[in-house]
Design a protein around this ligand. Structure first.
Ligand SMILES: *Cc1c(COP(=O)(O)O)cnc(C)c1O
Length: 405
C-alpha cells in the first residue's frame, strides 16, 4: 500500500477552526488507525462517537462499494426505498413513528427546534419558548448554538436566537419554577447524557419526572441522542434505560458509522407537525447515506454490538476505577461517569495536555469541558483493547496529577 505525502499540520488554505494535533491519519482497521508515517494508534475516540463499526469494516465497505455503483444521490423529489427502510429500522428500535433525514447533528436539532415552534404555533402560541440546559451542546448553527449552554460556543455570534429558557440538569423543582405560569413553553430539550459538556448523565428519575411533566403540560419532550444514541450505552437510545420515550429524538454521529447521516425521529405527538414545504434537506436521506445507516444497524445486530458496548464499557469503567483508585480516593480524580462506551474521567484540574501525551503513547482520546477525558470508542472494542486503553491512559493521568500536586 502507498500513502499520500504527510499533510502539512497547518495548511494556509484550510480555515483555522480547529486546534489540530500534528497527526495525519492514513488508514484504519477495527479499533486501530495508522498515521501517514506508519505509526499505530488505538482509537478510543472513534471520530468523536461516529465510527460505530470501527474502521474498514468488511460489511460496511462492501455495502458502500455496491451502493456507489448504483446510486449515490437522487433527490427527495422521488421516493427513496432505502430511506423508507432506514426509517422503519429506527421506528422499530425507538418505538416512535416517523423519521426525517438530514446529514448532521445540528441539522437534526434545527429540525427539532422547528418542530417545537410549529407545535406551539399550531396551538395558538405566537412566541413559543423551549427549555434547554446548562452545559448542553446542540451544535454550531445560530439556533443550535443559542440552545447550547456554553458561553465559549456563543461568544462573538450574537444576537442569539430568542425563545430559550435555561435550567440546570437533574433538578425537577428548578424546571418547574423556571416554567411556572408560563403559557408559552412548548418543549423541553436535552441530551440524555451530555457529551461536550463533560459526560453528564441525566438521572433516571429525572428523565421519568420530565416525561410526566411534559405529559401534564402538553409539552414536547425532545431528547438529543446525537452522541449518546445508536447503541453506545448498551441500549439503542440512552433514554431507554429510564423506560421512557421522547416525542422528538435527533440522531447523527454513530448512525452512519462515518458516513454523514442525521435523523429526527418523532413520536405520535410530533409526527404530523410538518407538512410539505415546511422543511427539507438536499442531501438528507440520499441512497448512499441511507445504505450506510441500514448496514450499520444490521451489522450492529448481527455482531451483538449493543451487548458488547454494555459489557466492554463496564469492563473499561471498572479498569479505570481500579487503576485510578488512589486518585479517586484523594479526590484528584473527581468521578468516572457514563454508561457503556460513553465514559468521562473527570479530573480536579484542566487536562487538555493529555490528548497529545496519549497520542504520543499510541492512544487517541479527547478532553472536553477542560477537565474531562472522554472515551467514545467504536462499539466493536474488545475487553483486551479496553485493557490497553487503561494501561496507556492511567499512568499518564497519574503523572499529570502528581505534577500538579
Ligand atoms: C456532536 C453533537 C451535535 C452536533 O452534531 P454535528 O454533526 O457536529 O452538527 C449535536 N448534539 C450533540 C449532543 C452532539 O454531541
Amino acid at each position: 500500500m502507498t500513502f499520500a505525502a504527510p499533510a502539512t499540520p497547518s495548511s494556509p488554505h484550510v480555515m483555522n477552526t480547529y486546534a489540530r494535533l500534528p497527526i495525519a491519519l492514513s488508514h484504519g482497521q477495527g479499533c486501530r488507525v495508522w498515521d501517514v508515517n506508519g505509526r499505530e494508534y488505538l482509537d478510543a475516540l472513534g471520530g468523536i462517537a461516529v465510527n460505530t463499526l470501527g474502521h474498514n469494516h468488511p460489511k460496511l465497505v462492501a455495502a458502500l462499494q455496491d451502493q456507489v455503483t448504483k446510486l449515490i444521490h437522487t433527490s427527495n423529489y422521488y421516493h427513496i426505498p432505502l430511506q423508507e427502510e432506514l426509517a422503519r429500522l429506527l421506528v422499530e428500535r425507538s418505538g416512535m413513528t416517523n423519521v426525517f433525514f438530514c446529514s448532521t447533528g445540528l441539522e437534526a436539532n434545527e429540525a427539532a427546534l422547528k418542530l417545537a415552534r410549529k407545535f406551539g404555533h399550531d396551538k395558538g402560541i405566537e412566541r413559543p419558548e423551549i427549555v434547554v440546559y446548562e452545559k448542553a451542546f446542540h451544535g454550531r448553527s445560530i439556533a443550535t448554538l443559542s440552545a447550547t449552554g456554553n458561553p465559549k460556543v456563543q461568544a462573538g455570534f450574537g444576537p442569539l436566537v430568542e425563545g430559550f429558557i435555561r435550567v440546570p440538569i437533574n433538578n425537577i423543582e428548578q424546571l418547574k419554577a423556571a416554567t411556572a405560569n408560563n403559557p408559552n413553553v412548548v418543549a423541553v430539550f436535552f441530551e440524555a447524557i451530555q457529551g461536550e459538556g463533560g459526560v453528564n448523565p441525566m438521572h433516571m428519575d429525572y428523565l421519568r419526572d420530565v416525561r410526566a411533566l411534559c405529559d401534564a403540560r402538553d409539552w414536547l419532550l425532545m431528547i438529543d441522542e446525537v452522541q449518546c444514541g445508536m447503541g453506545r450505552t448498551g441500549k439503542w437510545f440512552a433514554h431507554q434505560w429510564a423506560g421512557i420515550q421522547p416525542d422528538v429524538m435527533p440522531l447523527a454521529k454513530g448512525l452512519g458509522s462515518g458516513v454523514a447521516v442525521g435523523a429526527v425521529v418523532a413520536g405520535p405527538k410530533a409526527a404530523n407537525i410538518f407538512a410539505p414545504g415546511n422543511h427539507g434537506s438536499t442531501f438528507g436521506g440520499n441512497p448512499l447515506a441511507m445504505r450506510a445507516g441500514v448496514e450499520t444497524i444490521r451489522t450492529m445486530e448481527a455482531e451483538g454490538l449493543l451487548a458488547n458496548a454494555e459489557k466492554v464499557g463496564a469492563h473499561l469503567k471498572a479498569g479505570l476505577e481500579k487503576a485510578l483508585a488512589a486518585e479517586l480516593a484523594s479526590g484528584a480524580v473527581r468521578e468516572i461517569r457514563g454508561l457503556g462506551l460513553m465514559l468521562g474521567v473527570d479530573l480536579s484540574r484542566p487536562c487538555a495536555a493529555l490528548v497529545q501525551q496519549a497520542a504520543d503513547a499510541g492512544l487517541l482520546i479527547s478532553v472536553t469541558a477542560d477537565s474531562v477525558i472522554r472515551l467514545v470508542p467504536p462499539l466493536i472494542m474488545t475487553a483486551a483493547e479496553a485493557d490497553q486503553v487503561v494501561a496507556i491512559l492511567c499512568p499518564l493521568i497519574s503523572a499529570l496529577l502528581k505534577e500538579a500536586a
